[in-house]
Design a protein around this ligand. Structure first.
Ligand code: NPW
Ligand code: ADP
Ligand code: MG
Length: 275
């Protein structure tokens, strides 16, 4: 299986355009968070804004807004998101993401269906991961399950998955026409054209609640600043792990908190920018 390593990242990270304005990097919409899981909205929003997006709007329950705004005044919110979902102009967004801190309930499923009807890239994680078929669309659909979620959305058994992860994820990606990021100790990214890469960064500091929500935000933000969407996905997975590797250089792997990935990203990203 092909590896995505540091040199690939250095060669594909985008330069920040000197004449850029907010619109250059677009506006992303993340539908995340719920009354008892507000933190996932904060984590995904923080990571997205740290990862190159122009502006971020959140589709969240009103009760969650104070939590997000406390940590991230840079985010704005879609008023009455769930009530107005069917009337939103979703093609105005650069990227749409759903799922962190969401239950796999009807409201989340309705959000997913609306997002998939759009013509822009869609990232689905956590509560937005359910077993479904995906109609053909121009823009990519990117799923980011951990193994437990992958078993939930596919007909694959744990034994099959353990026997040959690459084959299982590649088969799923090609058959469903979506990109699958199977998160784990060595995250595998399988594209619908059969291309598949194994990530070469990260460590068990990441086995902590909220790091997956953070990755969703990073993928969302990087899709807004990369020209090649595949590079955006692969680089987000790599830099997410590289932040944990930076953490572990001087601190115990037991101690990292998910939001600290976003605190480390500025320096870690800089270290991967060619001169
Ligand atoms: N601060 C916040 O707001 C946070 C909010 N969060 C939100 O919580 C929601 C639920 O997401 P979730 O991943 O925590 O639980 P769930 O979907 O039930 O999956 C766990 C099940 O899968 C199984 N499993 C097998 N292999 C596995 C693996 N490698 N990694 C992980 N699990 C693995 C595992 O089996 P086990 O090994 O425990 O027997 C267990 O049965 C979601 O919306 C998310 O965004 C969280 O992100 C945390 C921070
Ligand atoms: N032992 C490990 N080594 C490297 N990465 C890990 C390890 N355990 C978990 N991860 C990474 O941590 C993240 C966990 O994602 P997820 O389970 O969705 O977390 P959450 O839903 O709590 O935010 C994934 O990116 C996964 O690749
Ligand atoms: Mg998760």
């Amino acid at each position: 299986m092909k590896k995505w390593n540091k040199d690939h990242v250095i060669n594909t990270l985008p330069a920040r355009k000197p004449d850029a304005h907010k619109g250059t990097y677009g506006t992303a919409l993340i539908a995340a968070g719920s009354r008892f899981m507000p933190g996932a909205a904060v984590l995904s929003a923080l990571a997205c804004m740290r990862s190159g997006v122009g502006k971020l709007e959140m589709g969240i329950e009103e009760s969650v807004i104070p939590y997000v705004i406390q940590h991230l005044p840079e985010t704005t919110f879609v008023p009455g998101f769930y009530e107005r979902l069917q009337n939103l102009q979703l093609n105005q967004y650069r990227v749409l993401a759903a799922g962190p801190g969401r239950e796999a309930d009807d409201e989340t499923e309705t959000t997913v269906k609306a997002f998939l009807k759009s013509d822009v890239p869609v990232i689905l994680d956590a509560g937005a991961l359910s077993q479904r078929t995906y109609i053909d669309r121009k823009a990519p659909v990117i799923l980011t399950p951990h193994p437990g979620e992958f078993l939930r959305i596919s007909d694959i058994s744990m034994e099959e998955l353990e026997e040959n992860q690459q084959q299982a994820v590649t088969k799923f990606a090609v058959e469903t026409g979506v990109t699958l990021v199977l998160k784990g100790q060595q995250t595998i990214t399988a594209f619908p054209d059969g291309d598949v890469y194994i990530n070469t960064s990260g460590n068990s500091a990441l086995s902590k609640g909220g790091t997956g929500d953070t990755l969703t935000g990073m993928i969302t933000g990087m899709l807004c600043c990369h020209d090649d969407w595949k590079h955006a996905v692969l680089n987000a997975v790599y830099l997410h792990g590289a932040c944990a590797d930076e953490w572990e250089k001087t601190r115990s792997a037991h101690t990292m908190l998910a939001h600290e990935l976003s605190d480390l990203l500025p320096e870690v990203w800089k270290k991967h920018e060619g001169n």
